[in-house]
Structures are given as structure tokens and as C-alpha cells.
Design a protein around this ligand. Sequence first.
Ligand SMILES: NC(=O)c1ccc[n+]([C@@H]2O[C@H](COP(=O)([O-])OP(=O)(O)OC[C@H]3O[C@@H](n4cnc5c(N)ncnc54)[C@H](OP(=O)(O)O)[C@@H]3O)[C@@H](O)[C@H]2O)c1
Length: 512
Amino acid sequence: MANKQSTSGESVSGVLEQLSGKHVLITGTTGFLGKVVLEKLIRGVPDIGGIHLLIRGNKKHPDARSRFMEEIASSSVFDRLRHDDNDGFESFIESRVHCITGEVTEPRFGLDATAFRELAGSVDAFINSAASVNFREELDKALQINTLCLHNVAALAGFNRNMAVIQVSTCYVNGKNSGQVTESVIKPAGEPIPRSNDGYYEIEELVHLLEDKIADVRARYSGQMLEKKLVDLGIREANHYGWSDTYTFTKWLGEQLLMKSLSGRSLTILRPSIIESALEEPAPGWIEGVKVADAIILAYAREKVSLFPGKRSGIIDVIPVDLVANSIILSMAEALRVPGKRRIYQCCSGSSNPVSLGEFIDCVMAEAKHHHEDYQQLFYRKPTKPFVAVNRRLFDLVVGGLRVPLSLADKALRFAGQTRELKILKNLDTSRSLATIFGFYTAPDYIFRNDSLLALASRMGELDRILFPVDARQIDWSLYLRKIHMSGLNRYALKERKLYSLRSARARKKAA
Ligand SMILES: NC(=O)c1ccc[n+]([C@@H]2O[C@H](COP(=O)([O-])OP(=O)(O)OC[C@H]3O[C@@H](n4cnc5c(N)ncnc54)[C@H](OP(=O)(O)O)[C@@H]3O)[C@@H](O)[C@H]2O)c1
């Protein structure tokens, strides 16, 4: 699929040739990555035949088209397209973006048999980006969206043998394995699971076991206690089989399910690492919501956390969202050109351009120290405390040791009439809960490799490497973290600060 020379001697993009006139179905476009993929397809592949979006309705927008118009088309992700050619963009979404109201977790996506079959016949490729990315999701919900719904994905592909399925997974399906992580089927780090001759793991029995345990918990609890027990069950089962959380465990199960049901067919498993703001496209720093690493940056910026469990020398694998969207598009073009194969790609930075947790922290702290006033939404003032990463045992010792006397002091003060919780105790609890959720990710002893993805990019040729860059070696980490990502967080992810803060209200009252 390398770029060819046209008759006039110009280089022709293999990706653009391959995707010309093709129809692509995408799930998860109300989410962060899905939006960037959609934007890049509209802007970067103008000859695409059509883009079909499976969107579930919600209370406010029960049908997919109205949800698309309100929650997707209005997003700042399309500012560049609107700025360059608003009429062209409007006409594209009118004529070539087709919205389907459906729920990916329901059989046939909730469509009738004819509509489901017609959908299968009308699309050439299917990008499945929908997921629950909540690390501590209730096990039943995580299993539905990250694993079992892939039966429905496979059923759709079953009606169209040529369909290329691109499953967006995560590098963290690696779980608790350490060392170099290649683009291959991952062996569970915990309790063994039987493996098939085709390389994937046989998960049917395990899924039934999990369903039985879910039913048992449901029979015994209700309300909020039921939710908590289902969260606990997910973490317990994940830990038992070798994962740190329910999200990554159920995504791994999803990979096995698809490898089995699409055996001999076109299946690409695309595993990004921690996806963060865009390096360049659609705009440097573009991001939606506060992602994994950002929750910790934000807690530091607001001076809620200054001690965190982590390994400063560990490689914290971050990848800008535009490189992930490009990887999806490149691998989709390849799967359409050479169908019938199973491929696994990792879109990550760890092996080719590593950045350590220590470097990451130092960049954020240096920017906070010297330029905090440039980030009005992120920093309310210059942080006075450093952000220190210590090993887990020390963290537990310090936080556990401090908590007992502090909560006693808090109780005493409340008894004496104080109504608000001690700030230091509140901050300690914030550190503890962030450490519970993200602690595994800040002490990495694995390195994700992306050799196959880089080989794919090199097979594609120079023009496609320029149009659809995937290579993390182009990232200058200091520039990206300090100037692009922090600006992006400030500009796109954080809501404008309320003008009438409590303090200014008090000041006004005093002045009056
Ligand atoms: N973010 C990361 O750092 C990261 C890293 C590695 C891999 N990934 C993978 O990348 C993909 C996209 O992640 P993201 O960050 O874009 O997630 P996101 O912003 O949370 O978006 C999730 C999307 O999935 C849909 N979804 C969730 N539950 C659903 C359900 N039960 N039924 C139907 N749709 C459902 C959501 O639709 P609704 O709006 O209708 O809920 C939304 O469109 C996922 O497959 C994830 O595993 C993400």
C-alpha cells in the first residue's frame, strides 16, 4: 500500500485511495477519541463514501441525529473545519454523516433484523470505540460494554464477510505483566485461563463464572450497596486473573471474544496507551474532559495532592489523541486492502520516545512555578507545595499514619462547633482515593512496544506518514507537556472559572 506515483509524477496517498468511496461505521463518537477520529475522517479523507454513527439516545435527545447535532457537531473539535469551510462542513454532515439510533450492548444494536442486515451490507469498515473507561466500573456494566457487546459487533460482521473490524482496545490489557509488551495476544498475569490453538484465550467458562457471581451479588444486595458490591467484585476478579482494575480486565476479555468470533476474518485490535490532548490536529492541545493523568495534575494544581505513590524512573506512556486517530485510519486502510487477517497494533510512546514519571512531574511543576498565571482555569494561584512521588509503602505509611490523628482532631473540632471538615484531612482523602484509582499507572514496570505500528507507517510511504502521522518520536515532551497539553487542559477541558467566587462576593459585601 506504499504511496504510488501518479501519472503526473506526484505521490498518491495509499490511504486516501483505499478509503475513497468507502463507508465506515463508528461507535463512541460522543466520546473523546471517537470525535477526533470523526473529525480527521471528514477533514483528511474528503472522498470517503459515508460515515455511519451508531449513537444511543438519551433523555434529552432520544434520537441519534438530534444527539449528533447537539453533542457532536457542536463540539470545538470541528472549529478548524468550520473555520476553513463552514458550508462544506455543513454539507458533508448533511449528506454523508448517517446517524443510527442504537445501543451497542443490545442484540442487533436494538435494530430490527432488516435494518441490521442492511447496515452490515452498507459499510466496509467498523471502528468500535465505545467503552466504559471507568477503571472501577460495576462488573456487570463493564462486562456488557467492554466484552459482551462484541458478540453484536461480530454478528454485524457476520453479514458482510469483507467488513474490516477495528476494535479500539488499550495497551493496559497487559495487566500486571512486567517487561517489554509486544503487539501480540497478552497472557494473563494471574490465574491461568485456557488458550486456544489460534493463540487467543478461551473465555466462555470464565464469563459464565463472572455472570454467576454477578447474579449472586444481585440476589443479596440492592441500591447503593449493590453498586458498591459489584464494583468490589470487578476489582477482586480482575486482581485474581492478573489485572489492576475492571476496565482493563474486561477490555482483555473483549479482545479474546473478538479474536475467536472473527477468526480468519479482518480484525485489527488497536491498543492506545494513555490518550491525552492533540499534538497538532485538529488543534494543538485539543482535549475533552479530564483524563487519567489530568485528574492528578488538577489535584496538584488545586493543592489537594502533594504526595502520590509512583516510580519516578517508570515510563509513563502517554500518546496524543491525533496520533491514535491516525493509527486507526492507517490500520483500517490496510485491513481493507489486505483483508482476512488478524492484526494487533499498539499506539504508544514508551519504547520509541520514553518519558519518565519524574520528567512528567518536573515539567508540570516547572510550568506551574514560572507560568501559572497563563492557566487561569487550571491554577487559581501559584502552587506552594511540590508534588512528590514516593513508593507505595511509604505513601501508605505516611497517609495511614497521618489519618488517625487528623481524623481525631477533626472530630474534636467538630465537637467544639466547627462545621467544615479539616482541609488537610480532606486533601489526604483525595490523595488516597486518587492513589486507589490511578496508583497502578504511576508505578509502571512495563514498556509498551509499537514496532508493528511503526513498520505499518513505513510500509505506507512518505505521503501517508505526513498525512496520518503515528510516530511518537516526533514529540518533544517538554514542549508538549508544558505548552501544548497544559494549555489544552486549561482551554478545552476546564470550565471557565465562576466570576463570582465566594471570596470576591465577600469582598463586594465588605466594600458595600
Ligand atoms: N481515554 C484513554 O486514555 C484511552 C486509553 C486507551 C484506550 N482507550 C480506548 O479508547 C476508546 C475511546 O475512549 P474515550 O476516551 O474516547 O472514552 P469516552 O470519552 O469515555 O467515550 C466513551 C464512548 O463510549 C460510549 N459508551 C459508553 N458506554 C456505552 C454503552 N453502555 N452503550 C453504548 N455506548 C457506550 C459513550 O457513549 P455515551 O455518550 O452514549 O455514553 C462514548 O461515546 C475506548 O475503547 C477506550 O477503551 C482510551
